[in-house]
Write a protein that binds this ligand. Structure first.
Ligand code: DI6
Ligand code: FE
Length: 409
């Protein structure tokens, strides 16, 4: 009987399970039973089996809304330095590509990140990650990519992995091997050789990355170079993700799909061929409204085409110092609705169920169903749409990670 006594039941909840086809997977007067770090039952309160209620610790949430913990599936949250000067330049009319070609942009963050110690990088990331957690993020993907050399890339990934020791969240790391070309290299081909032959095998052997990523763009790496890197990663058993079709139409979505990518991200300039290939491969589309907003882009991602083909759409902050200094999943969802025309239901799925899938974690997190981890948030809100409707408004959140509240940790 001791097993039953350790159940916890969160009851009188408006449960946004984000599972199934009904809007939000909503259960109006719901109960959620948790055992240890796992959800063991979710459904209408009146149907809760007595096996789960007998001897359980009951937490009456008084009609509040419960959502799955937010999954921020695309971030560059570990970095040093600051790009506020570049923001001012862009407002004065200099575009992102021009700044990058002049050695600013990503390369300026590379210089600052290389100069930072592991402790300095961790301290800078801590401030940002604490804010993300306050707004409901319980799983965070973190990319490297501001080192370019092996030692700094490894340092970034170690800092990323260690975030879960100081913050209440799960972390997935991504080796962003092709992000920008270090001008010290004679050319991109030689750099891709170095990444594939030296850095990637080391990072794989050290278990520092859960996936790899690349920036396939006219100002970064070509589709051929990206394919070479992806082939090397797949040979080492690492799944791939791609910054695809952000600034130009270059077949990035189809390229990602060809390598069975977990996700293709940005996609403003993706065409029908990209979307067809992604649909066939089961590649998730990750839309990043923060970058679209901050760069004052005009070309919208192909939301209608993604819907028609049933491609799952995830959202993320893309938190980075240059194109999306955004921390809040709540604000990202609002931007996705206002700028891209997503519905609040789509936006919430984008930060929960579909984001989990973009990390290959749909069987672990992202929905409130039995067997998944008990990562969820009790909001001081009556309906999940309220979370998306505000601009930078957090109604109040009690975040549960692996079945534990902040007080219990
Ligand atoms: N695309 C992006 O949006 C970020 N990286 C990338 O490949 C931007 C990174 C930066 O400007 O620092
Ligand atoms: Fe990015």
């Amino acid at each position: 009987m001791s097993k039953i006594a350790s159940h916890e039941v969160w009851t009188r909840a408006r449960l946004a399970t984000m599972a199934g086809d009904a809007p939000y997977g909503l259960i109006d007067d719901g109960a959620l039973a948790v055992l240890g770090d796992e959800i063991v039952w979710a459904g209408p309160r009146t149907l809760l089996p007595s096996a789960f209620s007998t001897g359980a610790k009951v937490r009456d949430v008084g009609g509040r809304c419960i959502t799955p913990g937010f999954v921020d599936c695309h971030t560059h949250v570990v970095y040093a330095g600051d790009r506020a000067g570049e923001f001012a330049l862009r407002l004065a009319g200099v575009d992102y590509a021009e700044i990058a070609r002049a050695g600013g942009g990503i390369l300026s963050t590379v210089r600052a990140t290389r100069a930072a110690t592991e402790a300095e990088l961790a301290a800078a990331a801590d401030v940002r990650v604490a804010a993300m957690c306050r707004d409901g993020t319980t799983t965070l993907e973190v990319k490297s990519g501001y080192g370019l050399d092996c030692a700094t890339e490894e340092r970034m990934l170690r800092v990323a992995r260690a975030l879960s020791q100081r913050h209440r969240l799960r972390v997935r790391t991504t080796y962003l091997g092709l992000h920008a070309l270090d001008p010290a290299w004679a050319g991109a081909e030689a750099y891709v050789d170095y990444v594939c032959a030296e850095v990637l095998p080391r990072i794989a052997a050290e278990g520092l990355a859960d996936a790899v990523d690349a920036f396939c763009e006219s100002i970064a790496f070509s589709p051929e170079q990206t394919a070479r890197f992806f082939a090397a990663a797949r040979a080492l058993g690492l799944p791939v993700k791609l910054h695809a079709c952000q600034l130009s139409a270059n077949g990035g979505g189809a390229l990602a799909a060809r390598f069975g990518a977990l996700s293709a991200d940005h996609l403003e300039h993706a065409g029908a061929d990209d979307l067809d290939a992604m649909a066939a491969a089961g590649t998730v589309a990750v839309l990043l409204p923060g970058a679209f907003y901050y760069l004052r882009e005009r070309t919208l991602p192909p939301v209608a085409g993604l819907r028609e083909r049933g491609v799952p759409v995830a959202l993320a902050t893309d938190c980075n110092p240059g194109t999306s200094p955004l921390l809040s999943p709540l604000l990202a969802m609002n931007l996705a609705c206002t700028l891209f025309g997503l519905t609040p239901d789509e936006a919430l799925r984008g930060f929960t169920a579909h984001a989990a899938r973009a990390l290959g974690l749909a069987d672990t997190i992202g929905t409130l169903v039995p067997g998944l981890k008990a990562d969820f948030t009790v909001w001081d809100a009556e309906h999940p749409a309220q979370l998306v409707a505000g601009i930078g408004v957090n109604p109040g959140a009690s975040v549960v990670v692996a079945g534990r509240t902040a007080e219990e940790d």
